[in-house]
Ligand binder design. Structure first.
Ligand code: ADP
Length: 399
């Protein structure tokens, strides 16, 4: 019975029976007691049919063929959604409750969203409210960016949809910064190149000594532009292949020896020390891994102190990985710079990097190559002692 009529109804019926019993005991009048009993049972049943509270939550299940309530529908959507009637919040899904607070149900939507631009939009009539989306800064955390769209349902209610645009906003800002930085990096050598060529066309070109000196500078600046353009092309190629995992068997020991031979003409070649262990082939792209080795060993030679060793170590890391370590004994890098070293054009000392021929893209390229190879990159440094770059790469799996 309790499952059919509800617990409270059953209790009320028991009380009705007891009341009739008490009446019988006190008055000894069977007919009057029966009347009491019938009236009590009838009033209990009338009350129960009109409003017994359901013993299961409303949203637990839906009867077949019954339209789902709008609150159930919006609950199935992860992005914050509110349904408002006039300006009162009628329903808010979990995303909205988490963003705006669990108290928003029943509140005025302008209080619930608490953003001047949102409040202004929501004050307008339904037709206006369907206009272009608006952008909200400072809703949620300070750095978050939201896009708010309002859609009228036609029955006086409106749906307010909030979309988190923080990621795409950050990506767009990075793209804009990158274009600005790349243009600046190219414009500097170009301006110098044009200046010297212009001077050479005038009187300075007549003096062989001055001409020789100027042409050397022009050649250096042109080389700088070439390095930059090559690095930019590499970066975009690596990014374009980001989701295609490399699958060639690359013998890192052979590749490292080859890169060391290629670097033998550079001023600090004599400081290179290699400790190459017996390592399994990695799953890789030989051209990109050669570029990775050039960039990391090249940096250690550039930023390491003269006549101190640059040690290149290759060793297995368990069965599944190979570890490449390049350690120098240079000035080191202050800890606050470490997290930003792989950003494009980020340099600890711009003047030093440029005078050593750096483009500011070497470690960004290394990071992208490591990511494409599903590897790991770590840079550890102690100021005054030196820097160690450590790279883990997965061994090629033979299936
Ligand atoms: P760059 O072309 O300037 O060398 P990278 O992207 O290769 O650019 O490196 C970014 C910055 O990180 C460099 O400008 C330099 O300040 C710092 N850096 C990289 N490697 C080392 C190292 N081995 N020792 C000290 N600083 C380093």
């Amino acid at each position: 019975m309790p499952s059919f009529l509800g617990v409270r109804t059953a209790l009320a019926l028991v009380v009705a029976v007891i009341a009739a019993g008490v009446n019988l005991l006190l008055n000894g009048d069977v007919q009057a007691s029966l009347v009491v009993l019938v009236c009590a049972v009838a009033s209990v049943l009338i009350a129960a049919s009109g409003g017994e509270a359901p013993s299961v939550p409303e949203r637990a299940t839906l009867e077949p063929g019954k339209e789902p309530a709008i609150a159930d529908v919006i609950e199935a959507i992860a992005e914050p959604l509110l349904v408002i009637a006039g300006s009162r919040v009628e329903a808010a899904n979990q995303g909205a409750r988490e963003l705006l607070g669990h108290h928003v149900l029943g509140e005025d939507v302008r209080v619930a969203i608490r953003h001047p631009a949102a409040a202004e939009r929501l004050m307008h009539s339904d037709e206006d409210a369907q206009a272009a989306p608006i952008h909200l800064v400072g809703l949620g955390t300070r750095d978050q960016r939201w896009e708010m769209r309002v859609h009228a349902l036609g029955d006086g209610r409106r749906v307010v949809h909030l979309m988190d645009r923080t990621g795409s906003y950050a990506a767009e800002r990075m793209r804009v910064d990158f274009v600005a930085n790349a243009s600046h990096e190219l414009r500097t050598p170009l301006a110098s190149l044009l200046g010297y060529v212009e001077t050479l066309r005038e009187d300075a070109g007549d003096d062989p000594q001055t001409r020789g000196r100027f042409l050397k500078i022009v050649f250096g600046e042109a080389q700088r532009m070439q390095r930059l353009i090559e690095d930019l092309i590499s970066l975009s190629r690596i990014e374009a292949e980001k989701y295609r995992a490399p699958d060639k068997a690359v013998d890192l020991a052979d590749l490292t020896q080859q890169v060391i031979i290629e670097l033998s003409g550079s001023p600090r070649a004599a400081d290179l020390v290699t400790q190459i262990g017996d390592v399994a082939p990695v799953a890789g792209d030989p051209t990109q891994l050669s570029q990775l080795l050039h960039n990391v060993i090249g940096n250690a030679m550039k930023y390491g102190r003269d006549a101190t060793p640059v040690t290149v170590t290759l060793q297995p890391e368990g069965e599944a990985m190979v570890r490449l370590t390049v350690a120098d004994e240079g000035e080191g890098i202050p800890p606050q710079h470490l997290p930003r070293l792989t950003e494009r054009f980020y340099r600890v000392d711009s003047g030093r990097s440029r005078s050593l021929g750096g483009t500011g893209l070497g470690l960004a390229i290394v990071k992208h190559i490591v990511e494409r190879h599903r590897g790991r990159l770590d840079i550890a440094s102690t100021v005054g002692k030196g820097t160690t770059v450590s790279i883990l790469l997965p061994v090629l799996r033979v299936s």
